[in-house]
Design a protein around this ligand. Sequence first.
Ligand SMILES: O=C(O)CCC(=O)C(=O)O
Length: 273
Amino acid sequence: MRLTEAQIDFFETFGFIKFPQLLADSVDWITDEFTKTFPDYEGIKPHDGTQRTCIARFIDQREKMNTLLDDPRIKAIGQTLVGDDFNYMGSDGNYYSGETGWHRDGYHHKYRHIKIAFYLDQLGGNSGALRVIPGSHRLDDQYGKDLTEKMRKSSELWGITGSQVPSVTLDVTPGDLLVFDHNTFHAAFNGGPNRRMFTMNLCERYREEDLQELRDYISGAARFWIDRAFTDIMMNTASPSRMVHLEQVMANDGHLAELSARMRETMPEPARG
Ligand SMILES: O=C(O)CCC(=O)C(=O)O
């Protein structure tokens, strides 16, 4: 499977795309695995609905979930949008509570980073569905620059709340996949205390001269107190074709354990996002 030219062009123009019911046949087992991952994860408090609960390396935790990285539909999204030899850049699993304000996940000029979001509840604009600002991934545009400066000041500048900022709301039914460029501004409003969602992040393979940039990105994972970018189970069960998507990060995460050790000394608990 490859995305169509129309899907690619839509993504490149607007910075996001929805695939309705692409994983409809897998929702039951994915939801079951999602639910089982939280109680099994050491060091995390049960979700009580007052704040976000987040597990990093989420699809890495259980062998069956690892196979999402081998799923032809996920690979087709990755291969079409970030190249045949794309890097898997980790995953997080969440019980969200309440709203998520407007933000970008990155500010990448050279390499495209994408997020694939799996929401496991039916959501609309009044119940925490993801909202995106079309075109906001275009950092080269004056539009993109204006948004960078202004998005956090919507009430001061425009007299409106975050939920009133013009955007597209991506209603979801479990089985849909939402894909967006990390540079795209996104948010969620009116969510309940237990929104279930996990992500997979993918990016273009970095060129040799930019590997320090990749290592700097990987450093960000230290806040989750993890020693390697991927779990042993994800790496040890990898087929040669999965390994294509792991190898560049595996070769560049040697500094993570030391950084994580430092984070453990200064943070009361691993980051929640
Ligand atoms: O669903 C949400 O609350 C926000 C998701 C989000 O910001 C993200 O995954 O980067």
